[in-house]
Design a protein around this ligand. Structure first.
Ligand SMILES: Nc1ncnc2c1ncn2[C@@H]1O[C@H](COP(=O)(O)OP(=O)(O)OP(=O)(O)O)[C@@H](O)[C@H]1O
Length: 252
């Protein structure tokens, strides 16, 4: 069975103002893979992720999650399978308290009482935000909001985790905590990031987008070492793979 395979075929997306953000993107991601979608600003990363649980509809092409072609009819089931963390946490947090925001999804899945409380506490604990449960989301700092947004998705126990720039705005400790958390998540992870050191640490595979097209798709360790390819796409080799500026020796 095509257990939670994510398949994107010839995906094209044109925004109403005529911007062609995706120009025929295709790939297949198997269950358990950890894949980073990288590319310069405007390359089409967020547009692509927003198709994976139906926030955007393809202009042409298709998205399949497991056995299901993404459509109006399959959307509710697909949204239970694919947990999406948006680039801007303000798009994710809308309840009066952090607790309510994290409880919203599981409550809709039918959890209540002690089970619900445990689920919320566990999700907040995992992102280091247990102490924020009673706060209003709009009073949180940017990094705190980001962590709570991730908790709202973890509380749903998704089979496929999709995160748009999960590390942006996090301090070094929270970034390290996020890396640990994502390493623990054994199902499929698909995320975008400009933090290529984080990508190198978390992903075996990278899909490199350039101007709405897949420019490269392959092992992270190879693509992230390819200085010419990265420069062509307005990216740089991650710091951990750059040579010492004095003697040129590489760390890894
Ligand atoms: N609602 C919209 N209407 C029109 N054009 C849009 C819209 N949203 C995005 N775009 C355009 O689509 C292209 C891809 O944008 P997208 O946000 O997917 O890029 P990205 O790779 O995620 O960039 P970043 O690294 O800056 O987050 C850009 O040219 C952008 O200006």
């Amino acid at each position: 069975m095509s257990h939670h395979i994510v398949e994107v075929k010839n995906l094209r997306h044109v925004y109403p103002d005529g911007t062609e953000a995706l120009k025929g993107v295709s790939f297949r991601i198997h269950h358990g893979e950890s894949v980073a979608i990288i590319g310069a600003n405007g390359a089409g990363k967020s547009t692509l992720l927003l198709h994976l649980n139906g926030y955007h509809s393809p202009t042409a092409g298709e998205v399949r999650i497991g056995d299901f072609l993404l459509s109006k009819g399959t959307l509710p089931g697909i949204r239970r399978t694919v947990g999406m963390v948006f680039q801007d946490p303000d798009d994710q947090l809308f309840m009066p308290t952090v607790y309510d925001d994290v409880a919203f999804g599981p409550l809709n899945l039918g959890l209540n009482g002690n089970e619900l409380e445990r689920c919320v506490a566990d999700a907040l604990e995992r992102v280091g935000a247990a102490h924020l449960a009673a706060k209003a989301p709009y009073h949180l700092s940017g990094g705190e909001k980001k962590r709570v947004a991730i908790a709202t998705v973890l509380s749903m126990s998704p089979d496929i985790l999709v995160l748009d720039e999960p590390a942006s705005g996090l301090d070094p400790y929270a970034r390290r905590q996020l890396i640990g958390l994502l390493k623990e998540f054994r199902h499929t992870k698909i995320f975008t990031s400009h933090d290529l050191d984080l990508v190198l640490e978390l992903c075996q595979r990278v899909i490199l987008l350039k101007e709405g097209e897949v420019r490269a798709d392959g092992p992270a360790a190879e693509i992230l070492r390819d200085e010419r390819l990265l420069a062509e796409c307005r990216l740089e080799v991650p710091l951990s793979l750059q040579g010492c500026p004095i003697c040129g020796k590489r760390q890894g």
